[in-house]
Design a protein around this ligand. Structure first.
Ligand SMILES: [Zn+2]
Length: 159
């Protein structure tokens, strides 16, 4: 079960949607979701990923999800939900000490919780290799391997 503690009524609908979509996660988990106007301050703490969005992020050391008031609320409702569930994925993977806690793993978490259409649309700019790797998530080792191939090609500028 998932409970999100929000500090802003603009988060009511998206948090309710995320809680509902993630209701089946094992265990009982709760995280604060905080609206923040100045995401630039988080850069100094080091980015959580090489390709995370700036719409939202999860800060592991204080176990809190932040949404960026500068752009999050302008997103379409379904993308808002997908973005929030991606961050819930980071928090959940960290809490459950999963082997992989990066954005690819968080994207898989989001896909597994009803967000595949939005995630695929949002990540299509990363190339077919990334989307194809996500599609392999039923076989975690194969998905991780395909992601590794994509990541290395991107790292050296082939994508
Ligand atoms: Zn991420």
């Amino acid at each position: 079960m998932l409970t999100l503690h929000k500090d802003d009524s603009r988060l009511d609908d998206v948090c309710a949607a995320a809680e509902s979509a993630c209701n089946g996660i094992s265990g009982s988990h709760e995280w604060p979701v905080v609206v923040h106007p100045h995401f630039a301050v988080f850069k100094a703490r080091g980015g959580s990923s090489v390709f995370g969005t700036t719409y939202a992020l999860y800060l592991r050391d204080i176990d809190t999800i932040f949404v960026n008031s500068a752009n999050f609320f302008a997103l379409a409702d379904d993308l808002k939900t997908a973005v929030l569930i991606h961050e819930v994925g980071h928090a959940y993977l960290h809490a459950t000490k999963s082997q992989d806690t990066d954005c690819f793993a968080a994207d898989i978490f989001a896909c597994e919780h009803g967000q595949e259409d939005s995630i695929v649309k949002e990540r299509s700019s990363l190339g077919d290799g990334y989307v194809d790797a996500l599609a392999l998530r039923g076989s975690p080792a194969a998905a991780r391997e395909a992601f590794g191939v994509w990541f290395n090609q991107k790292r050296v500028g082939l994508i």
